[in-house]
Ligand binder design. Structure first.
Ligand code: SF4
Ligand code: SF4
Length: 88
């Protein structure tokens, strides 16, 4: 599927551990990326400063669902599952 422009769920729900311009430590889960503009579009789209992890994230129906709130819910759930799995 193509990314639903203006969704932005994957720039809010997940934690990102790699540095983001303006958020050098990355970002915690549930925090809006500083590079997400008011229309929920990435200000770094197409620029070399865009983190690799963002480039690699591809829209897919199982995560993005059919609506933005579905994507947010799925990503929040995935984040909590990942955290649980990764705990020592
Ligand atoms: S969650 Fe999916 S649809 Fe929403 S912005 Fe990210 S890739 Fe696009
Ligand atoms: S850098 Fe862009 S794509 Fe990556 S989380 Fe921030 S707004 Fe989203």
């Amino acid at each position: 599927m193509n990314c639903r422009l203006g969704c932005g769920a994957c720039c809010i729900a997940p934690s990102i551990s790699s540095p983001i311009p303006g958020m050098e430590q990355g970002k915690p889960a549930g925090v809006r990326c500083i590079q997400l503009d008011g229309n929920n579009l990435c200000k770094l789209f197409g620029k070399p400063e865009r983190p690799k992890v963002c480039l690699e994230f591809k829209a897919c129906t199982s995560v993005c669902g059919a609506r933005n709130d579905e994507a947010l819910t799925n990503l929040i759930e995935l984040e909590s599952v990942t955290l649980t799995v990764c705990k020592p």
